[in-house]
Write a protein that binds this ligand. Sequence first.
Ligand SMILES: *Cc1c(COP(=O)(O)O)cnc(C)c1O
Length: 357
Amino acid sequence: MAHQWRGVIREYFDRLDVTSDTPIITLGEGGTPLVPAQALANLLGAEAVWLKFEGMNPTGSFKDRGMTMAVSKAVGHGAKAVICASTGNTSASAAAYAAQAGIKSVVLIPEGKISLGKLSQAVAHKAEILQVQGNFDDCLILARDLAENYAVHLVNSVNPDRIEGQKTGAFEVVEALGFAPDIHALPVGNAGNYSAYFKGYSEDRAAGTIKHLPQMWGFQAEGSAPFTVGHPVANPETIATAIRIGNPASWDLALNAREVSGGRFGAVSDADILWMHRFLSQEVGVFVEPSSATGAAGLYKSQRQGEKFAGKKIVVTVTGHGLKDPMWALKDVNGNDIQPQSVSKNAAEVAERLGLA
Ligand SMILES: *Cc1c(COP(=O)(O)O)cnc(C)c1O
């Protein structure tokens, strides 16, 4: 019989902070493809590049890896409701896992800055959705306040169970390759995922499974780049809404990960992000939401600025699915809407139009 992937808690039971008493709330998350990206390797002049395609998780983003842990532990503690602040994917994931667990979910979203796909997921999974008059950082302060003082369990990545679940992304990379890449690049918002991959690789090294840690390269959008400027940003701005975060919750963890891994932080423009979003869908066949292209966009910017990747093996996490936010694909490079061409039913005419005749 073909092996059925059982979700990250069952697959990595011995390597996660769970016991046989922990109820397992899972939608079968993890086990995502590590896709070879030859076109990106060529663009960067690297030996090999792989995309860890996290859009293939049950709700379409890597958030599910952490949410299976956070909701399972919350239920184990008797929680009847979970709450999160979200730019979209955390709420989609929290709502789905709460539905599976049969508990209530409350999501706090910032005003006017959430994609239709993500909002529809929270609605579909029957979350109580409140739009807060403020940005993501304000939503997180409010969520923490409510969780501290009322009977509702916080499932943002300030909850260490989230990071714990997300570290399994690194385990999967190492299992798929049989070694650690030289560089692991990814987008950074609250820096939970950046810190989680570092934790996963560090545990693999401690276990002797890998000989060295990859350098952790984290990229933000220029208008929302607290790690590049070195302090929180009051009014973050970028079209990459999943990383539109001015005051990263995992600040200290991320600085340590950068330091210990010999990695770096960088920032890219929205135009660079959208360019790479298009490149990945057109040249690699992997459709991601714009935020998810930020890691690859950062590598490409580094290459244009003189960085040499010759001989390097690189893994890039692409964090969320393109269908979350499909409007970006439906515009051409000049921002005009793309419409299918209308044709007759005549084969000769269609062949002519296609340049086949
Ligand atoms: C949450 C998210 C990020 C940012 O991850 P952090 O852990 O907050 O740094 C990036 N891309 C997508 C698609 C996300 O949903």
